[in-house]
Write a protein that binds this ligand. Structure first.
Ligand code: DGT
Ligand code: CA
Ligand code: CA
Ligand code: ZN
Length: 584
């Protein structure tokens, strides 16, 4: 069982216990444990396999360690099974309604049989809630209002949604005169695949004016709070944006602080302490100095804070890219003077996954070629779906061979200016066979194999299918290896460490699908692939010309996995990739 799954189960257990009214202390133990495990470089399963002690990890006590052992050994937790006999998982959504604590939620469930947000809405509309003990007309009203927020709070913004909003905010704020500095912080700056809320930092001599301007943002829903230096709004989409106005001498420190991650910042502050320094959102201060006592950069004892690199320099560290600030490898790298030069979008030379009108794409082969050339790429692979994906008009052998003839002709016209690869996104069928005959696949330049059906199979079955595809001589890469759809569908059960190991052994490539709906592999898997020496291909899976621009989301995820250009195979010319594949 993977760390992310273990973490998710522990969090689920905490939620169930919270509903039962367990002590906050116990809940915190499980939640902290989950966080540690999710961020850990080593796998929990391997710790047990090597008979090591999990309680040596920070924040993991004996009871969390026991739960982890049970999860690894049995695949489930008896306590969760027992609790779910009484509490259906959907009931936990009730806790997301603002001001509806576990006690009231339990009453609604027990007295009215309310099992989810939808039923809660109906109960409120039928005025059944107001007559419960401890509730009233007012509570019923506020619950009704809170349901919409709760439904929204279920989800975090996908990075592409956040990106769109950030662009709009940037434009809006640029119209304000007197803005000295302005930057987005938080998980957005760290390039996370989903963003909980958007954090903005600003320096201005007119904070009140800036806040008035913020209140005129076109996508504003409501102003949540407004103070002297901080203002939070809810967007019309339900998501939150925090604005903080900071002194000029604190800008770098605040940017560092509010970029996070929290775990990264804890380590940074710890290092400062050993140097008799304190780092907070106001600056870097000598402990015990007048500046430190007053958090005032103007007083004696202020060390740094104007610029973010100064904050790191104060503790003898180089500036660390925000994409790496998840408390994984970054401090070890920095200490060794080995921070990687992360891959950038401009390093990418070709896109090896896209669809055309031949299957479920919106644009023709020629349009995709023109759009890719406009974007400065040197080559693309046309990977339409294979026949099994009938809903997407997948190609059978005959159609694919005809498409490849068309591509041959096109390449002749292109006369080496640009290369179109004969390719296919070939389904790995439910029984593990590939969806097209071997002799057809053997004629392709590049074959991506992927799973779209049989996604409910067991972990063993799905893993075996993928391992089998990796062994197939014509397969070049496995695309979207876990099948997750962000905010919509969990990954299918698959042993990714085994897939990575097998890819390493058979010299195959794994995809980092750059679609913001997928971003699959994720950053932690990408990191594992890097450690195993498996090349990553970052590709868009574009179903239209505009989606070719999604490359940057994939690049950002690769950066979070610590990849340099050398780890990403499509930073190479196509001839190099072909040579690498043929060596196998
Ligand atoms: P999100 O919004 O859930 O995607 O994640 P973040 O990382 O943007 O978290 P957010 O918006 O709550 O806070 C932004 C950063 O500010 C966070 O990464 C670390 C820092 N920060 C916020 N609140 C605290 C706090 O109470 N303690 C510490 N140490 N740091 C905090
Ligand atoms: Ca945030
Ligand atoms: Ca925030
Ligand atoms: Zn595709």
């Amino acid at each position: 069982m993977e760390n992310s799954k273990i973490a998710e189960r522990l969090e689920h257990l905490a939620a169930l216990l919270e509903f039962q009214g367990a002590s906050p202390f116990r809940l915190k133990a499980y939640r902290n444990g989950a966080e540690t495990i999710r961020a850990a470089a080593a796998s929990v399963a391997s710790v047990f396999a090597q008979n090591q002690d999990l309680t040596t990890w920070p924040g993991i006590g004996t009871s969390v360690a026991e739960k982890c052992r049970e999860l690894v050994e049995t695949g489930s937790l008896k306590q969760i099974d027992d609790l779910e006999q009484e509490i259906p998982p959907s009931v936990l959504d009730l806790l997301r309604v603002p001001n509806l604590g576990p006690k009231k939620a339990a009453t609604l469930f027990k007295e009215l049989g309310v099992k989810d947000l939808e039923q809660l809405k109906v109960a409120c509309e039928q005025q059944k809630v107001r007559s419960l003990k401890g509730f009233g007309v007012k509570t019923e009203q506020s619950i009704l209002e809170g349901i919409r927020i709760a439904a929204q709070a279920n989800q975090r913004m996908r990075i592409s949604e956040a990106d769109k909003m950030v662009r709009a905010l940037r434009e809006h704020f640029s119209a304000f005169r007197g803005l000295e500095r302005f930057e987005f912080a938080g998980s957005y700056r760290r390039g996370k695949e989903t963003v909980g809320d958007i954090d903005i930092l600003a320096v201005t001599t007119d904070a009140a004016g800036l806040m008035d301007h913020f209140a005129k943002f076109e996508n504003l829903g409501t102003v949540l709070v407004r103070g002297e230096t901080k203002m939070s709004i809810r967007l019309d989409t339900g998501f939150q944006v925090d604005l903080r106005v900071v002194p000029s001498k604190s800008f770098g420190a605040a940017l560092q602080y509010f970029t996070g991650s929290q775990n990264h910042n804890v380590e940074l502050r710890h290092r400062a302490k050993t140097k008799q320094l304190k780092i907070n959102e106001w600056g870097v201060f000598v402990i015990g100095s007048p500046a430190e006592l007053a958090n005032d950069p103007q007083l004696e004892g202020w060390v740094a804070g104007c610029e973010e690199p100064d904050v790191y320099a104060a503790v003898d560290l180089p500036w660390i890219d925000p994409r790496l600030r998840e408390m994984r490898d970054e401090f070890a790298w920095a200490d060794a003077g080995q921070l990687p030069k992360l891959v950038e979008t401009k390093d990418i030379r070709g896109d090896l996954h896209m669809h055309t009108t031949a299957s479920d794409g919106e644009n023709s082969l020629e349009e995709m070629v023109a759009a890719a050339r406009e974007r400065g790429l040197d080559y693309i692979a046309i990977t339409d779906h294979s026949q099994r994906v009938a809903v997407a008009n997948g190609l059978n052998a005959e159609r694919v061979l005809r498409q490849w003839e068309q591509i041959d002709k096109l390449n002749q016209q292109l006369a080496g200016q640009f290369t179109v690869l004969k390719s296919i996104e070939c389904d790995i069928l439910e029984d593990g066979r590939l969806d097209l005959p071997d002799e057809v696949l053997a004629q392709a330049d590049w074959v991506m194999a992927s799973i779209h059906f049989g996604i409910k199979q067991t972990r063993d079955e799905i893993t075996r299918r993928i391992l089998g595809a990796i062994e197939h001589p014509s397969v070049s890469a496995i695309s979207h290896p876990t099948g997750r759809l962000i905010n919509r569908r969990e990954a299918y059960e698959v042993d990714i460490p085994a897939v990575i190991e097998h890819a390493a052994k058979h010299r195959k490539i794994l995809e980092l699908n750059a679609s913001p709906k997928r971003l699959d592999l994720d950053d932690l898997h990408v990191r594992q692939a890097r450690l195993a020496g498996v090349p990553i291909v970052i590709s868009t899976d574009a179903h239209s010309t505009v989606q070719l621009d999604n490359l940057r989301f994939g690049v950002q995820q690769a950066q979070r996995g610590g990849l340099t250009a050398a780890h990403v195979i499509n930073t190479q010319p196509w001839t190099e990739i072909r040579r690498w594949l043929r060596k196998s």
